[in-house]
Design a protein around this ligand. Structure first.
Ligand code: NDP
Length: 322
């Protein structure tokens, strides 16, 4: 059986995402074939598409999706056909049917819409490991982050508030500022107001930690915003990658720490994945956190979804519908 998929044949801009027909794959041992309900669009796919990350071409992007289990590979114990599932670790998710290891797949309770579930594995579990594991947030911490109306940003702010932190964030338009405020951020400011806001809110001491997914344009501001022994968690480069860095600056800045994490390193076992995913779906199911689907595109318009993400015009989660 054939299906529609989006392929990347070489490093390209968003216009180079090609609609193709590929075979529906069969699950190998330990795998599930998922009939996709929604595919998450993430910044990493723009880095893979454009050549910032080295890839083997051609490839079908997409590791995050939700859907219904269609077939089960040999040895799979805990899933059955018809289960509602989601994952951040699938293969070739810009398609209609895709494979994933059962061990890297979470079950989605009936109370959580499958479109919303497509936002939880990658962006949700990223927000989860950022606040619990990259830098462990404590009640009363003052935290700086950016893009408060973004996919990760809206979820991250809500988790930070659940942890009892004071949140300073940024957004580039009034609509985005309103969304970030509604998510619970205490201070939502323009990017050029960050230093002054940190100074005012912390009485000049600086923040406990910065979660920086913007990278090139914000790194210096992030470093300068830290208090003594503060931690800079550089988790992305929406504006570009940060150039090489002199470690002596961490000494001069007050015994600072910088870490550059990625999700895979925080999903190192089935147990760790179930902890993070279980927390996220649980909080959504009980209404403790809200996930905003900011835009949905048909699979055939994946290029438009990339353009929107890269041009800063999106809020919340962007998904593709097969
Ligand atoms: P967002 O929805 O947050 O979109 C990016 C936002 O960044 C924009 O909407 C914009 O918000 C802001 N931004 C600031 N400068 C720029 C710029 N020059 N170009 C584009 N956007 C800019 O995206 P995601 O939530 O999907 O991802 C956020 C970051 O998290 C990315 O860097 C991504 O790579 C990273 N990430 C990292 C993971 C990890 O494990 N390390 C996992 C998942 C995501 P505004 O207009 O308000 O400034």
């Amino acid at each position: 059986m054939e299906q529609q998929a989006i392929t990347v044949n070489e490093p390209t801009d968003a216009n180079g995402l090609q609609l193709t027909q590929i075979p529906v794959p069969s699950p190998g041992a330990g795998q599930l074939l998922v009939k996709i309900a929604a595919t998450g669009v993430n910044f990493i796919e723009t880095y893979q598409r454009s050549g910032v990350y080295t890839m083997n071409y051609p490839f079908v992007p997409g590791s995050e999706f939700s859907g219904i289990v269609e077939q089960i590979g040999e040895g799979v114990q805990n899933f059955k056909i018809g289960d509602r599932v989601a994952t951040a670790s699938g293969a070739a998710g810009y398609s209609q049917y895709a494979l994933v290891d059962a061990a890297l797949t979470g079950k989605v309770p009936d109370a959580v819409d499958l479109s919303v579930a497509a936002a939880l594995p990658l962006q949700g579990m990223t927000a989860h490991y950022l606040v619990h594991s990259s830098y462990m947030v404590h009640n009363g911490d003052v935290i700086l982050t950016y893009a408060g109306a973004g996919g990760v940003g809206l979820i991250l702010t809500q988790l930070l508030k659940l942890k009892g932190a004071t949140v300073i964030t940024t957004a580039s338009t009034q609509e985005k500022k309103d969304l970030a405020k509604a998510a619970g951020a205490d201070y939502v400011v323009d990017y050029d107001q960050v230093a002054a806001t940190v100074e005012k809110v912390t009485d000049g001491k600086g923040v406990n930690a910065v979660y920086d997914g913007i990278g090139k344009d914000t790194f210096e501001t992030s470093l300068a915003a830290l208090r003594r022994r503060g931690t800079l968690v550089l988790f992305g480069g929406a504006s570009g990658q940060v150039p090489p860095f002199d470690l002596q600056r961490l000494n001069a800045g007050g015994s600072l720490s910088v870490t550059r994490p990625k999700l895979n390193d925080f999903l190192t076992s089935e147990q760790e994945m179930h902890w993070r995913f279980g927390d996220m779906v649980g909080w959504v199911a009980t209404g403790a956190i809200d996930v905003r689907i900011g835009a949905q595109y048909p699979l055939t318009e994946a290029g438009a979804a990339h353009t929107a993400l890269e041009s800063r015009s999106t809020t919340g989660k962007v998904i593709l519908l097969p």
